[in-house]
Design a binder for this molecule. Structure first.
Ligand code: UDP
Length: 329
């Protein structure tokens, strides 16, 4: 396949590029480097560009005879989306509209899109099935849900073949420690805990310990980035014109914030001091996938089923690159 990976310099996108390149597919990364890192792109050609630049997109798709797009580029912080929704509608909805129009103009009819469990809002039932009602509780979730609807409409009207993959909590890093997670500022739990283990932070703040969960902290479903990448490849191989696949990608097992911290203590051997802080606005108490539909549809399931194994890969990356990509451009 000739695949354009939009947002391929980002955390999940870079693992996708590595998988595609490693399997011999032609892979082209398109990224504006607003969040991504040039050094994270390990295979294929890199094009620095913005999704609003439709002319460039069409030219890149035509020049590389692209047949499929995998779209990771997005703003993805719940709290920021509440403070600055315009950024989310611009970078997610408007930018994806531009991408879809460029695909139409270039005759590219297949796309796998990064959706999110945030489209479910506060789910009524956990584990969450794809049939759960989608009522986001923040602009980030809304922006992704709007795109799911756009894709369905484009499939109906223009024969687009699409998959919307609703990720739970992406985590971990490449097995060989060469690429991994590097956001600035960092806001995600596992990298923050590992920064404490590296001595870069004094402690971890636990955002709320009075949730209606067994230990009072929020429960999430942590899924390894390589598992996410392999699900995208499986989805690409199953796309059909005029129709969509909508699937949760998770392990089906939840871990509380305290359990994550305990696992990180075990993996790093560091005591990891904690402080309890107020709840973070927009955080549902529990988000865990029912991942059975992905198995039925794609014969895909997560290979990393133990959080300890996931954290071990993240720890390898953070130890080898304590400043992330800062030293590598
Ligand atoms: N969290 C926390 N302290 C932190 C960062 C995150 O307690 O410094 C909690 C957060 O409230 C959520 C869970 O850890 O319940 C996972 O948060 P993260 O930002 O990693 O992912 P999200 O679930 O928001 O996608």
């Amino acid at each position: 396949m000739n695949v354009l990976v939009v947002g391929g310099a980002g955390y999940i996108g870079s693992h996708m590029v590595k998988l595609l390149g490693g399997q011999g597919h032609t892979v082209v990364t398109f990224d504006n480097l607003s969040e991504g890192h040039r050094a994270a792109v390990t295979h294929g050609e890199f094009v620095e560009g913005d999704l609003h630049d439709r002319t460039l997109l069409v030219e890149v798709m035509q020049r590389h005879a692209i047949d499929s797009v995998i779209h990771f580029a997005a703003s993805a912080l719940v709290g920021e989306s509440v403070q600055n929704p315009a950024k989310y509608y611009e970078n997610n909805v408007v930018a994806t509209f531009s991408l879809l129009e460029a695909m139409r103009r270039a005759g590219v009819g297949r796309i796998v899109f990064s959706s999110t469990c945030a489209t479910y809002g506060q789910p009524e039932q956990v584990p969450i099935r794809e049939s759960e009602r989608q009522e986001p509780v923040n602009p980030y979730g809304f922006s992704k849900l709007v795109i799911e609807h756009m894709l369905a409409d484009y499939a109906h009207a223009y024969d687009l073949a699409y998959a919307a993959l609703r990720y739970f909590n992406a985590s971990g890093a490449a097995e060989d420690g060469t690429i991994g997670e590097d956001h600035s500022p960092e806001s995600h739990l596992i990298p923050i805990v590992l920064q404490v283990a590296l001595g870069q932070r004094s402690h971890v703040s636990i955002f709320g310990d009075d949730y209606p969960t067994a230990d009072g902290t929020c429960i999430r479903d942590y899924i390894h980035v390589n598992d996410l990448a392999s699900a995208h490849l499986a989805a690409l191989e199953r796309l059909e014109p005029g129709t969509g696949i909508k699937l949760n990608l998770g392990t089906g097992v939840g871990q509380s914030v305290l359990e994550v911290i305990e696992t990180c203590r075990k993996v790093t051997g560091h005591p990891i001091p904690v402080e309890v802080a107020p709840r973070r606005p927009g955080d549902p108490a529990e988000l865990v996938a029912d991942a059975s539909a992905a198995w039925e549809t794609l014969q895909w399931k997560a290979r990393y089923t133990e959080l300890e194994a996931i954290v071990a890969t993240a720890w390898r990356w953070h130890q080898a690159h304590p400043r992330g990509y800062a030293d590598r451009g």
